[in-house]
Write a protein of this length. Sequence first.
Length: 39
Amino acid sequence: MLPAKALCCMACIYIAPLKALVRERVEDWSVKIGQKLGK
């Protein structure tokens, strides 16, 4: 496991052919990952 300090600085790069697909993925991940991180 990484320390909490390291988690705040992590990022993910997602490349998609359409901006709409990126928006959908960001919304989906924000819910899924945000719940696990308590955000």
